[in-house]
Design a protein around this ligand. Structure first.
Ligand SMILES: [Fe+2]
Length: 352
């Protein structure tokens, strides 16, 4: 990678020509190249078969289930008990209001050896949208939050539906509503979460939203190349492969991995990933003072449940997500869309 002597912290965007900012999902020439790929069921024919088998093993096949049905009977009972408990404490309605208090957060992430061409690159990280057929106003509210935002690329790290069952045709139009006011130089890509069946991936792609299913794409930024890749959900299905996602990566490319959960962190670091973006935990969704999240629903360390973290030389960001699931409440963990800005250097620690 070419290093420029005397490089300051920020390269003026005009120094290197970049594609113009376009709408995040429409009229984006780079998105068109992704849309020209063969359909996912052809690209991943073998994995589709395995994925669908695992989905059938983990999910009830009783017909007529809706997005309101819990994934298992025991989980449904647990949530009924928790709802009753929160109502008895008189804080249930506050939790509902918290869950709709959508935030847009700007975060800088530092690498001492970030390629200079990637300095200042802005990634919009959305996760766990959990869009409900019954509540389209949520996507409209999120759309107002993101209105006017300009980024280099938008990524979505899984869990697009509210629950586990029922039709999903409401998801693509709600995502379009949500991203309507966002301009993204290289468009938007998605990976699947544990709520998302293979059908979700096909539905998203049919609606013009490309999915990275153990795949990647090279993004040219000035004199650097970013390999943006994504894997299938590592939490449930056992179809994820970082090795496959890196197969076509150009030599010396700087690698960003999208995964639904933080559960592939050691493998990603071993594989040479520089930036790992995930969600799934909802930051705990319910966080207690001093203790933090009583449950993260993920096999990861406590510091990997929410926000920025570091693992060896790899940096990471676990999004708290914009939506909620199981119970529509949040405490101590606001729903968030995050703009991550890449910085070359070391983080400046400001003394109190
Ligand atoms: Fe989720």
């Amino acid at each position: 990678m070419c290093q420029r002597p005397g490089m300051s912290a920020i390269i003026a965007p005009t120094e290197y020509p970049l594609p113009e900012l376009k709408a995040s999902l429409d009229d984006n020439p780079w998105m068109a190249t992704l849309r020209e790929r063969p359909p996912l069921s052809q690209r991943q024919a073998e994995l589709k078969e395995k994925r669908v088998q695992v989905e059938q093993f983990h999910r009830s096949t009783v017909p007529g289930l809706t997005e309101l049905d819990p994934v298992t009977f025991s989980r449904g009972m647990l949530m009924c008990g928790l709802r009753l408990f929160l109502k008895c404490l008189g804080i249930y309605e506050r939790g509902r209001r918290n869950a709709l208090d959508l935030q847009l957060n700007e975060v800088e992430v530092f690498w001492p050896h970030l390629p200079t061409g990637l300095e200042g690159l802005r990634i919009l990280h959305l996760s766990d949208l959990h869009l409900s057929r019954r509540f389209p106003a949520f996507a409209e509210k999120a759309g107002r939050l993101l209105q006017g935002l300009a980024v280099d690329v938008c990524v979505m790290t899984g869990d697009y539906r509210w629950g586990y069952y029922g039709p999903i045709d409401h998801v693509p139009p709600q995502i379009h509503t949500l991203l309507d006011g966002v301009r993204s130089r290289f468009g938007t890509v998605a990976v699947l979460g544990n709520h998302d069946t293979f059908e979700m991936a096909e539905t998203l792609e049919e609606a013009g939203i490309p999915v990275l299913f153990n795949e990647g794409i090279a993004l040219p930024f000035r004199d650097a190349t970013l390999w943006l890749c994504g894997i299938d959900d590592p939490h449930v299905y056992g179809c994820d492969s970082i090795e496959t996602a890196l197969e076509d990566s150009p030599e010396n490319s700087w690698k960003v991995l999208l995964a639904h959960t933080p559960e592939s962190i050691p493998e990603a670091a071993e594989a040479g990933i520089s930036f790992y973006l995930c969600g799934h935990t909802h930051g705990g969704q319910i966080r207690l003072p001093l203790i933090g999240a009583p449950s993260s629903n993920a096999r990861c360390s406590r510091d990997q449940v929410l926000g920025r973290w570091q693992y060896g030389d790899m940096m990471g960001h676990t999004s708290p997500g914009l939506g909620t699931t199981d119970l529509p409440v949040r405490y101590g963990c606001p729903p968030e869309a995050t703009v991550l800005t890449l910085r070359r250097g070391r983080e400046k620690i400001v003394s109190p």
